[in-house]
Design a protein around this ligand. Structure first.
Ligand SMILES: NC(=O)c1ccc[n+]([C@@H]2O[C@H](COP(=O)([O-])OP(=O)(O)OC[C@H]3O[C@@H](n4cnc5c(N)ncnc54)[C@H](OP(=O)(O)O)[C@@H]3O)[C@@H](O)[C@H]2O)c1
Length: 171
């Protein structure tokens, strides 16, 4: 069976997820949460998100989508030029390694393209309204069943309050 496609994103109250090629808040707790949720699982991401991270994250195979056939980063990542083919590569890597999910790690372009295929979402709702230029796609939330919601206290360095919420597509 195909491992499910699980979207991971941190979303501000105004839908912003990115600004100027980076995340418009500082939230160390969310970075730790991202690491926990994604460790050992293949990450699928757009070229701009990959460049904002700037490296391959340890313990996770990374599949980067770009139309640029000359794109050749130094990092050890899989480069694929078609989104569906990239998803197939990520699923194959998950099956080969026994990972229980393929992670859709963004950004806005990739979420928009693949939201119809996403089965699970691990979201962080950030209680902030920053300026931004990349937004989470509009969703019909009635299609999503909430599985878990926690609102941990802020840790040192966290700029805002936040909740971690997991969803599964209904039906
Ligand atoms: N808050 C969060 O959870 C979160 C998560 C991830 C990212 N972000 C933020 O989101 C922003 C980046 O998102 P973004 O929407 O600008 O970019 P993105 O989705 O990360 O990457 C877009 C790039 O992917 C490639 N691509 C897209 N569609 C393709 C297709 N059909 N076939 C082949 N390649 C395709 C293109 O690369 P080429 O231009 O190279 O062809 C395109 O420019 C940053 O600010 C980042 O910090 C936030």
């Amino acid at each position: 069976m195909n491992p499910p496609l699980a979207l991971v994103a941190a979303i501000a109250e105004n839908g912003v997820i990115g600004a100027g090629g980076t995340m418009p808040w500082r939230l160390p707790s969310d970075l730790r949460h991202f690491r926990e949720v994604t460790m050992g699982k293949p990450l699928l991401m757009g070229r701009r998100t990959f460049e904002s991270i700037g490296r391959a994250l340890p313990g996770r195979e990374t599949v980067v989508v770009t139309r640029d056939t000359t794109f050749a980063p130094k990092a050890e990542v899989h480069i694929v030029h078609d989104i569906e083919a990239a998803l197939a590569v990520a699923r194959a890597r998950a099956s080969a390694s026994g990972a229980d999910e393929v992670i859709l790690a963004g950004g806005g372009d990739l979420y928009e393209h693949l939201i119809g295929t996403v089965e699970l979402m691990h979201l962080t709702f950030v209680e902030i309204r920053p300026q931004g230029d990349v937004f989470f796609p509009a969703l019909d939330w009635s299609n999503w069943e909430e599985l878990r919601r926690v609102r941990p206290p802020r840790a040192p360095g966290d700029e805002a309050d936040f909740s971690f919420v997991d969803y599964r597509r209904r039906g």
